[in-house]
Ligand binder design. Structure first.
Ligand SMILES: [Zn+2]
Length: 264
């Protein structure tokens, strides 16, 4: 058998057996997803990236911001009912208008994004949306498709692919942490996030109120950070409205109602 054909068949076998053993179900939405990376690999990636962030940004000294974060983050984490992550949260002192939750549960919101918030419930939405990306392992899912893609291109070019795969893996790792997610992932994070914030006791409609202020039509000037990597259009608002009944039901069942929480 020609070397190329053999390589092709073995890669195909590897890919299909990986596929079968790598399907899982996303919490809340129940979507099936394909993931090659392990939770442990993702946690290690998230931890090293978070360490690096902490050397670049200092913790905010704004007492209102820290109080809101200390109040809402533990409530959102509890609502996930997920204990495999070593959850950690902080407010970074920076004009950057951004927020993230790294794979493994390392949450950060920049004070610049908090400057745009009216209350704790809006912060709860941003935190819950980011936590939803980590909980649904969107980074790992994105990297897995990248890895499969690079495997495919290695077969096509009939190379052993070791150097190529190493570069692709590096790229995939960066993707999981650094780059914006797909539209599908964003909508899914909104839906999971709205349910999580509601379970934590925050009014889920605050998510729509927050986001409505930053749609393209209503505010073209705010385009950096979080706003630039997240769809800012009527479709997103419409999808969020469609999520409301599910989130309102979670809010009704929440043991403690916080409403909008503290003002910011
Ligand atoms: Zn997002």
């Amino acid at each position: 058998m020609k070397k190329t054909v053999y390589l092709f068949l073995s890669c195909l076998l590897m890919a299909s057996s990986s596929f079968l053993s790598s399907c899982r179900t996303v919490p809340v939405t129940g979507r099936s997803q394909f993931i090659l990376t392990s939770v442990e690999q993702e946690k290690a990636l998230g931890l090293s990236a978070f360490k690096e962030y902490k050397t670049k940004f200092s913790k905010s000294t704004n007492s209102a911001y820290n109080a809101a974060m200390n109040s809402c983050a533990p409530a959102i984490i509890k609502a996930t009912e997920y204990t495999e992550y070593d959850w950690e949260y902080t407010v970074f002192n920076s004009k950057t208008q951004n927020a993230f939750c790294l794979p493994g549960g390392k949450i950060a919101v920049y004070s610049g994004l908090m400057d745009l918030m009216n209350n704790e419930a809006e912060l709860a939405f941003v935190v819950a949306h980011e936590v939803a990306h980590a909980l649904a392992r969107h980074g790992g899912e994105q990297s897995s498709w990248e890895q499969l893609q690079s495997l495919g291109s290695a077969i096509v070019s009939s190379q052993t692919g070791s150097a190529e795969s190493a570069t692709a893996f590096q790229k995939a790792s960066e993707l999981g942490v650094m780059l914006p997610f797909s539209r599908k992932h964003e909508y899914e994070a909104d839906r999971i996030g709205m349910v999580l914030m509601a379970k934590a006791g925050y009014k889920p409609s605050a998510a729509i109120e927050f986001w409505s202020r930053f749609t393209k039509d209503s505010n073209d000037s705010i385009i950096n950070g979080w706003m630039s990597t997240h769809p800012r259009d009527v479709d997103r608002i419409q999808a969020m409205r469609a999520n409301l009944p599910e989130a309102e039901a979670a809010y009704a069942a929440a043991p403690r109602k916080r409403g909008y929480g503290m003002s910011l």
